[in-house]
Design a protein around this ligand. Sequence first.
Ligand code: SF4
Length: 149
Amino acid sequence: MKKITLPDLEFYCPYTDNCYECCLETEMPLGEKDITRIEKLGFQIDEFLVEKEGFMVLRNIESQCFFLKDKRCTIYDDRPEGCRYYPLIYDLETDEFIIDNLCTHFHDFNPSIYQPLHEPIRYFIYMLLSEKEIRLEKTREEERRRDEI
Ligand code: SF4
């Protein structure tokens, strides 16, 4: 059986006991590895994901992530890779790693001390973009086939 790996490094957020802001109105994109890992927990893709502009993003139920219950992430040990890096994010246009200013603790973190996470995050983002292109191409191919019938 194929092993589903998790990132070795994560962003350490000391506020997880009393802050869950980043799980509200989430638009966190998931990679194929995330999706497979979460499906193995017994969840169906349609219940926890929606497609947005070619990306597969976490579904919100009543403005909060499908997996947030009683202010806790119910799949914490298996949570998506992007959730493990947040609020450190990669700005593709400027090639910079920044703390997302949507994070309530935006001013409490210094992005430069998270340098070891930069390469894994950059890799993760390019993987998401590549998976998105493959997904969109598959959709286009299906549409072409339908048009030919
Ligand atoms: S999967 Fe967990 S950590 Fe990620 S947004 Fe949902 S509740 Fe929050």
